[in-house]
Design a protein. Structure first.
Length: 356
């Protein structure tokens, strides 16, 4: 007996400029403008207090994309203010249950989209019990993390329904840049942050289609950056994994020479992010060395100010990485679709990760 007839199922194709990731990442300029307007007075007041009573150390607390923002914040704070920054290991509080001992006047910066992950909350509670001042950069201002904060910095990114965090990551970077500009009193950085929304809108329009073509059939690659660009390289590698099912590893241009470069040979893909200042020279040198070995290199070089392949915008070196990751997000969305995937619904992932 023949099987009953079944209507064929029609699966709508994913269209790159109709995904949630595309829409949400494209809102980053407006989100950053909202974040600055909402938090300038708060961060100016916080910076005044930090100058009057400087913390001996800054501790960051974050996971995933937010931890990559914390890496960017580490370089910002240590470069512009000179206070050492360390990353808290959440399992110390949430799993081991160990008490925290901190130096006098510590500052804890917690970064999160949802503000609800149990290990993040446990770490913040441990830091607070040890006397730390808690500054929370969080997109959900009704979250438990927001309630625990001594200083709340709502990221103002608005709803983010795609699993891949984009505009909330960029607003976290911008909030850190705004805090450090106020804390350090660096006028050039302050002016750069003020024009960031306009510059992000321009970065979103840049054409990275050559990178899509290069990575469409790739299996793995390295993403390299250095200094203020290293956290952006980490974020790009994560997004390539989660939205494109592409194994990507992030390295500092200084560290990639210590072992990892041994596997780079003919045809190996490399995506490199270089700022326009001297720290970007290390990235440019590594990219040139890999290209000399026959690697397929895409160098987003801010020094070329839109003239490279892929193009990257020149600005204050501290905000160039924010502009570059905005251009990257558009490319990653297109690459995901080109590889037959849906960037809004990566396999095995959910929007809120509740790690213990």
């Amino acid at each position: 007996m023949s099987a009953p007839f079944q209507e064929p199922q029609f699966i709508m194709p994913v269209i790159a400029d109709q995904t949630l990731m595309f829409t949400e990442a494209g809102e980053s300029a407006a989100a950053v403008a909202r974040m600055i307007a909402a938090n300038r007075d708060t961060l100016t007041a916080l910076a005044r207090e930090l100058r009057a009573d400087p913390p001996a150390v800054v501790v960051t607390c974050a996971r995933g994309s937010s931890d990559h923002a914390a890496t960017y914040g580490k370089y910002l704070i240590e470069t512009f203010v000179g206070v050492p920054v360390a990353s808290a290991a959440p399992s110390v509080a949430s799993v081991y249950g160990s008490a925290v001992t901190t130096p006098a006047a510590p500052l804890c910066i917690a970064i999160s989209q949802s503000g609800r992950s149990p290990d993040l909350l446990a770490t913040v509670a441990a830091q607070k019990a040890a006397g730390a001042r808690i500054v929370a950069l969080v997109n959900d201002a009704t979250s438990p993390l927001a309630d625990a904060a001594d200083t709340l910095v709502p990221l103002m990114a608005g709803p983010e329904k795609s699993v891949a965090a984009t505009k909330s990551y960029i607003t976290a970077l911008a909030a850190l840049a705004l805090l450090v500009a106020e804390w350090s009193g660096d006028e050039a950085l302050g002016h750069a942050v003020a024009r960031l929304p306009e510059r992000l809108a321009t970065a979103w329009t840049l054409d990275w289609s050559e990178v899509v073509a290069m990575l469409r059939d790739a299996n793995n690659l390295f993403v390299i950056g250095r200094g203020l660009g290293y956290g952006i390289a980490q974020e790009a590698a994560l997004k390539l994994k989660e939205t494109c099912a592409l194994h990507a590893e992030a390295f500092s241009a200084a560290e990639v020479r210590h072992g990892p470069m041994a596997i780079v040979n003919e045809g190996f893909p490399l995506l490199a992010f270089a700022t326009s200042d001297a720290i970007g020279d290390g990235v440019r040198e590594a990219a040139a060395e890999f290209a000399g070995r026959g690697a397929r290199v895409a160098l987003a070089d801010a020094r070329a100010d839109g003239g490279g392949s892929p193009p990257a915008l020149a600005d204050h070196p501290a905000i160039e990485p924010i502009l570059t990751i905005q251009s990257f997000y558009r490319m990653a969305n297109a690459l995901s679709v080109a590889r037959g995937l849906d960037p809004d619904s990566p396999r095995h992932l959910s929007k809120v990760t509740r790690t213990l």
